[in-house]
Design a protein around this ligand. Sequence first.
Ligand code: AP5
Length: 217
Amino acid sequence: MHIILLGAPGTGKGTQSKLISKKYKIPQISTGDILREHIESKNKIGKKIYNILKKGELVSDNIVCDLVYEKIKKANYVKGFLLDGFPRTIQQAKYISNLNIKIHFVFEFIVPDELILKRISGRRTHIQSGRTYHIYFNPPKEEGKDDITKEKLVIREDDKIESIKNRLENYKKNNKKLTEYYLEEKKLKKLKFFQLDGTKKPNIIYKEIEKIIESKN
Ligand code: AP5
């Protein structure tokens, strides 16, 4: 099964990805996590993109598409994958369509800006695994520590207010076309596209996704 998760920053893509990926045993391919791994390892790509992420701008389509393709190849895509945070532009959407991999479901999470700001400002991240927590909505068992490894949780560099504003702006700039693209693909019966209310509790949203997948599969 091949799934795409769309949504503005902080709408819960990462949170739902982890649940779906575990249940359906398909790898989560998160472009944000991949880019942060490159930054952590301070390699050539990492140095090139550090400031782009920090400012909340989008990394170029070429770089991101290449990185996604590499992961898809490694993940043995025939068995399935879940794309989290990709595509983000119409060029990226066309890129994935041109790979001729059947996409089964596209889910988009809708959350108002005000709540997005609350979510991102309280987020704490375990960079090594991509696991996220929230100081109020989803606190770790032990304050400031990842539940599994007990390593330190951090505030992402792009979770500062100026970067968040930029990320939201970039999202809005691209999202209309992206939504139109998937609505058209849906009309042509190439895939199933659902827009979900992302303000509900994570387990409620997850149950809705599960119900859709099980009934349409
Ligand atoms: P990325 O890491 O993908 O960031 P993002 O899209 O901005 O999304 P977030 O990770 O901020 O949020 P999320 O939707 O995953 O929410 P989460 O589950 O964590 O990308 C980072 C950067 O990389 C981009 O800005 C760009 O520069 C670059 N990039 C990435 N992909 C790219 C691409 N394709 N092209 C070009 N550049 C790209 O939840 C947020 C918080 O809310 C957490 O604390 C969580 O615990 C909490 N929460 C989640 N769900 C709920 C809920 N239902 N109720 C209450 N709290 C909740």
